[in-house]
Each structure stands twice: as C-alpha cells, then as structure tokens.
Write a protein that binds this ligand. Structure first.
Ligand code: MG
Ligand code: ZN
Length: 219
C-alpha cells in the first residue's frame, strides 16, 4: 500500500504556489490570503475594504466548502469574484487558486484577496502564492485564539481583530489577545477594527496601500 504523505502534498503545493507567485508578481498586484474561523467576519472585512479602497481595482477568490453566498456578497461591491467550492476540503490549495484566477481578468488589478475556507488550522500550512497572510479573529471567538492556534498567528504578516464594537457585550480581554499575538509574532501588524461599523478601518487600508506601494517599488 502506498501512503501519500502530507509532506509530499505540501511540497507539490509549494512548487505550484511559487509559479503562481511569479505570475502575480509580474502583474504587480498585491495578493492577500485571509485566514480566520467561520464567522470571524472575513467577508464583511472584504466588503468594507473594497469600499474603502475606492478607485483601486480588486479581484477576489472566495473559498468555501459549499454555497456561493459570500461570492454573491462580493459581487454586489462591484469587484471581480470567483467562488471556489472545495467540496468538503477545509482549506484552499495552490492548485485551486491557480485554476480560479484563470477566470479573473487580472490585468490592471491592484489587489487580489483570497478568502480562505473558515478554519484556523490547516490554511496556515498551504501556500497560495500570496504576498501576505492575514489572520482575522473576532472578539466573539474569545481572546485565547492566538494561544490555541499559534501557527497561523506566527505566519501572518498582520492580524485583524474584528467586531471590536461587541467588546462591551462579550468577555474579551483585548490586552491579553494583543500581548499573545505580539509574543508569538513581534513583527505582525495588529489592527483592532469593526468591519461592520467601519471604526479602525483606515489604518488597515493605509497598511494595505503601503504594502502595495512597497511591492511595486521592487519591480
Ligand atoms: Mg466568508
Ligand atoms: Zn484543511
């Protein structure tokens, strides 16, 4: 019996992701892989981000186990979107994204956001050819998420703590959360915001613009 090791699959994925990264790099767009639990507010963050980026051209790959509900929401913003249904798989891989972007006209696009399947575990291990991994967590999930799922917080370039408008109504210690994120990953940017209400969104948008400019400056 031949056993396919997860390690081999990951290696094959990394090769594909490298090719995708080169292609996206030639296009001069910034590719952002959004990772977070179901219900952390990834899609709402995207809606708010697309609105806030104004004249920027945005394309989105929406990863979900099933349905096109999130892609429909993105479509209403006017951004180009393609839905990937993983048919049960709990993460996106580079093959799915490579396939998905063939359906998007990426010439002239500034940002490609990839909304991963809602899951804090394995998306951390799968390179999608992105420039940045961003972990999205919400105050409704509790402040122990960084401690319990350290890998994704270690690998991300930024952490968005979403739904801060709910802090008065939930048991959440923002200090404990941010201290743990900084302990795991001192380099990571941490944004406290409410995608629903819009508070704190400006710093996040400014950071994205800075990263896009930095990427384009190195071309
Ligand atoms: Mg979503
Ligand atoms: Zn998975």
């Amino acid at each position: 019996m031949k056993v396919k090791l997860a390690r081999d699959l990951l290696k094959a994925n990394d090769v594909l992701a490298g090719g995708l990264r080169d292609r996206l790099g030639e296009l001069g767009l910034l590719a952002v892989n959004l990772i977070g639990s179901p219900g952390s507010g990834k899609t709402t963050l995207l809606e708010r981000t697309i609105g806030g980026l104004g004249a920027r051209r945005v394309a989105v790959v929406e990863g979900d186990v099933a349905t096109t509900l999130d892609a429909q929401r993105i479509e209403r913003t006017g951004a180009a979107v393609v839905q990937v249904n993983t048919d049960g798989a709990c993460h996106l891989d580079a093959n799915m994204v490579t396939d998905a972007v063939t359906d998007l006209a990426l010439e002239g696009v500034d940002y490609l956001f990839i909304e991963n399947v809602g899951n804090l575990v394995c998306p951390a291990a799968w390179d999608l050819g992105e420039d940045l991994k961003v972990v999205v967590s919400s105050v409704a999930e509790g402040d122990e998420k960084p401690a319990k799922y350290p890998r994704v917080f270690r690998e991300a370039q930024a952490c968005v703590l979403n739904k801060t408008d709910l802090i008065p109504h939930v048991e959440f210690d923002a200090q404990r959360f941010t201290t743990e994120v900084r302990r795991l990953n001192p380099e990571a940017e941490v944004f406290l915001l409410s995608a629903r209400e819009g508070s704190g969104i400006d710093k996040w948008l400014t950071w994205l613009e800075t990263r896009l400019a930095a990427k384009r400056a190195t071309r």
